[in-house]
Design a protein around this ligand. Structure first.
Ligand SMILES: Nc1nc2c(ncn2[C@@H]2O[C@H](COP(=O)(O)OP(=O)(O)OP(=O)(O)O)[C@@H](O)[C@H]2O)c(=O)[nH]1
Ligand SMILES: [Mg+2]
Length: 210
């Protein structure tokens, strides 16, 4: 049974002043527009319509809060780096995003989602550098892994893991597909650790007879 399948939508906030109390543990999903943040949340929670997804970049314009229980929340953040959005709107989102990331005390882990075909773009790197500086663990999730053949996927993953060393921080890299579920178990293991939830039970060892 997954810890995440009971997630419930709580609220959408234009900025941190409209979020609930800053207590418990939050894990936020960040990344460029269209990287697959909302799709990943839906896959992890096994709820197809929980977070709204779209072919049009810039779908998620608010901070969306999903609750696992009273002490644990998943956060779907607005995407960054979408050129076609009017400047004023872009500024508003970036401000909301920056404030959330810098001021939210309950934020205990950051999932940075990047298309596996072009990971670690400038804004992704900036975000990860900032997280490392703030001692926030990062899960770099290479999304849409189903778009690559197995060989290419492994090569991209290796390349990204190598690149992640440059951040000199707690940065874990996994490949993921919302479509096929590739990487889901690895993501859950990281989330369980951040949320302080029990992981998969290790098989019971039978002690040798003495
Ligand atoms: N093939 C494939 N397509 C995906 C995957 N994940 C997301 N997509 C598609 O990518 C597009 C964007 O997905 P979203 O989940 O809405 O992306 P987002 O990062 O939440 O985007 P914003 O809210 O605009 O920031 C949609 O058309 C999804 O169907 C995946 O794992 N595989
Ligand atoms: Mg979204």
């Amino acid at each position: 049974m997954s810890h995440y399948s009971h997630a419930k939508f709580v609220l959408s906030a234009p900025d941190i002043r409209h979020l609930g109390a800053d207590q418990g543990v939050e894990v936020a999903f960040a990344g460029r527009s269209n990287a697959g943040k909302s799709s990943a949340l839906n896959r992890i929670t096994r709820q197809k319509g929980l977070a709204r997804t779209s072919k049009t970049p810039g779908r998620t314009q608010l901070i969306n809060v999903f609750e696992l229980d009273t002490e644990r929340r998943l956060i779907d953040l607005p995407g960054y780096g979408f050129a076609q959005v009017p400047v004023e709107m872009k500024k508003k989102w970036q401000r909301a995003l920056g404030e959330y990331l810098q001021q939210r005390k309950s934020l205990k882990g950051l999932v940075v989602l990047m298309d596996i075909r072009h990971p670690f773009k400038d804004l992704d790197q900036e975000l990860i550098h900032w997280a490392v500086k703030s001692n926030l663990p990062v899960l770099a999730l290479l999304t849409k892994a189903d778009k690559l053949k197995s060989g290419q996927r492994k090569a991209q993953l290796l390349m990204a893991r190598e690149a992640s060393l440059a951040f000199c921080g707690d940065v874990t890299v996994h490949a993921f597909s919302s479509l096929t579920g590739v990487g889901l178990e690895s993501v859950e293991q990281v989330l369980n650790q951040w949320f302080g939830l029990p992981g998969k039970q290790a098989p019971t060892e039978i002690s040798p007879a003495s």
